[in-house]
Design a binder for this molecule. Structure first.
Ligand code: ZN
Ligand code: ZN
Length: 229
């Protein structure tokens, strides 16, 4: 993928990034952004999306979890930890790898930093204009068919029961990474009563992507009273 320099972002002209599909989490299909030089990690690791829920109920974050292909699902680690070790040798004791811009799936090296563990708490993305982030520009370029194709792996009922297990939803508009800080914080799609959005703007921008999935879903007559607010 190649990006043009935009006014207020730190995009290096001509530099290449990779956007990797992580699979579904927090009610949507998630991606992670990696530097081109780190794409080779995919030879040794399988990446999946993982929702880390704060123990004290202070919200949730979506991270990219990497499984060593040789060791299987017992050996999952956050990709940001693996990247930090690869480039800097190790993580200093008492510190953890954090994402500078608050987008926890933006794993470009320049977005990673060390933070004392005791100060680490979940927080919403600190970006004032997430629309101008490189992550947003990358995901908005993704083919609109990606999610419908992915969701075809499930029947509508399987997909809905998967979604009902989610406690925290991220805004469904793919480039937006705002995530609920408390369960059922966001607006819900009035047709399927499942998909959630941080704002009316994201909902209308997402409609062309969401429509084919939404229209296939069984109409939620029996769960309407439960989910409608
Ligand atoms: Zn819907
Ligand atoms: Zn949103």
């Amino acid at each position: 993928m190649k990006f043009e320099k935009k006014s207020d972002d730190s995009i290096v002209p001509g530099f290449m990034f990779g956007l990797v599909i992580l699979g579904p989490a927090a009610g949507k299909l998630k991606y992670t952004l990696l530097d081109k030089q780190d794409i080779t990690l995919l030879q040794n690791y399988i990446l999946e999306a993982y929702v880390d829920v704060d123990r004290n109920g202070e919200g949730a974050c979506v991270f990219a979890l990497a499984y060593d292909i040789k060791r299987g699902k017992d050996a999952g680690r956050y990709i940001q930890d693996i990247l930090w070790e690869k480039h800097y040798g190790g993580i200093a004791p008492g510190f953890k790898v954090a994402h500078r811009n608050g987008i926890t799936v933006d794993n470009r090296l320049e977005n990673l930093t060390l933070q004392p563990k005791e100060n680490s708490h979940f927080r919403a993305s600190t970006l004032k204009d997430p629309e101008h982030s490189l992550y947003w520009s990358a995901v908005v370029e993704m083919p609109h068919e990606a999610e419908p194709l992915y969701m075809k792996l499930f029947t509508a009922h399987e997909e809905i029961s998967l979604l009902k297990e989610e406690r925290y939803f991220e805004c469904h508009y793919p480039p937006c990474t705002r995530i609920e800080q408390r369960p059922q914080e966001f607006h819900i799609c009035s047709l399927c009563h499942i998909t959630r959005y941080c704002s009316a703007t994201c909902q209308s921008l997402d409609w062309s992507w969401h429509e084919p999935i939404c229209l296939q879903r069984p109409r939620p007559l029996n769960i309407q009273g439960h989910l409608d607010r």
